[in-house]
Design a protein around this ligand. Structure first.
Ligand code: F6P
Length: 343
């Protein structure tokens, strides 16, 4: 039976979204579905901002970062009459199902709409933070880490010449996956993750040890780390209640601390939103395509309230409820693994 489906992308953009849209549109074509793009995440359903998407609109998306649909951090449950307007738009456009591409916030809204308002939704797992449960990886993560590793290579070049400690501050919010993978992949001498209370003395000893061998040292710090002097709870919050972390200047604070405690000349750089653009890696392109395709297959089977997830090498359906329950943070096993390389 032919269907009308709406696709939206919510939360921070990342590499892999456009490939996922491509996957969804191409699979929808097989089922003879009409596809509509919803502008700027849930905001598009609140405002009734929707447009038709054809195969040719998706044709050249495979290597494009960002999202052709636009995105926002709008939470309809926080907007007066937001949910009512979402439901009206779905009815007015005769949408049989919504495919929401997002992280725990966007998919949290999707689950609430499914559970409390019986809206037919399915999800695809995106976020550079890789902190979504029930999937091994989210698309966006691999490209972000790749960008950060490239940035650290440049810092290493200059750090070596000037004999400095070089710090790279990366995003990732409350999960340290981006910092951990970046640190391991670029051979960093210390990594600070939000999951662990920083041991500043231990870190300084290690940096001095490393410095005495190679005359420079590399540190990766996650934006979500708590350092002495960065009191939690005073930050601005977004629509979903998350701290806006970029204002905390963790890299700068850490650099000052290292310099004060070790006397080593230290510089820092913040890669910030550059981690979300550029060329999607092959991994993110393929994961985007696969999850986009699977999500439409879930719609075809009317298997709603599910998210397409990567488990091992398979794309499977997992309940949205499970995916959004807790965020996936770096566990002890990974932390101990990383410590092997701090000598
Ligand atoms: O969730 C993705 C993310 O890039 C986080 O790593 C970061 O803290 C946040 O979004 C930044 O949000 P914004 O794009 O609103 O500044």
């Amino acid at each position: 039976m032919s269907k009308r489906i709406g696709i939206l992308t919510g939360g921070g953009d990342c590499c892999g979204l456009n490939p996922a849209i491509r996957g969804a549109v191409y699979r929808a074509y097989d089922f003879d579905y009409e596809v509509f793009g919803i502008r700027d995440g849930w905001r598009g359903l609140i405002d009734g901002s929707i447009f038709k998407i054809d195969l040719q609109d998706a044709e050249e998306l495979i290597d494009k970062a960002g999202t052709i649909l636009g995105t926002s951090r709008t939470n309809p449950f926080k907007v007066e009459t937001g949910v009512e307007r979402v439901i009206n738009t779905i009815k007015n456009y005769g949408l049989d199902a919504i495919l929401a591409m997002g992280g725990e916030d966007t998919l949290g809204v999707a689950y609430k709409l499914f559970n409390e308002y019986k809206v037919n939704v399915v999800g695809a797992p995106k976020t550079m933070d890789n902190d979504l449960s029930s999937t091994d990886f989210t698309f966006g993560f691999d490209s972000s880490v790749t960008r950060a590793v490239e940035a650290m290579k440049s810092l290493e070049d200059t750090g070596k010449s000037h004999h400095r400690v070089m710090i790279l501050e990366v995003m990732g919010r409350y999960a340290g996956w981006v910092a951990l993978y970046t640190g391991l992949a670029c051979g960093a001498d210390w990594v600070l993750l939000p999951e662990e209370k920083p041991d500043i003395d231990e870190m300084c000893k290690q940096l001095q040890r490393v410095y005495s061998r190679k005359k420079y040292a590399l540190v990766v710090v996650s934006e979500g780390v708590e350092l002495p002097g960065t009191a939690a709870g005073q930050e601005e919050l977004d629509h979903f209640g998350h701290m806006i972390l970029r204002k905390r200047e963790i890299g700068q604070t850490l650099g000052d601390l290292i310099c004060e405690k070790t006397g080593l000349e230290t510089r820092h750089a913040v890669i910030g939103h550059m981690q979300r653009g550029g060329n999607p890696t092959v991994f993110d392109r393929i994961l985007g395509l696969r999850t986009g395709v699977k999500a439409v297959e879930l719609i075809e089977k009317e298997d709603f309230g599910k998210m397409a997830a990567l488990k091992g090498n398979k794309i499977i359906a997992v309940p949205l409820e499970k995916a959004i329950k807790d965020i996936k943070t770096v566990n002890k096993e990974w932390i101990n693994f990383a410590k092997i390389f701090f000598k």
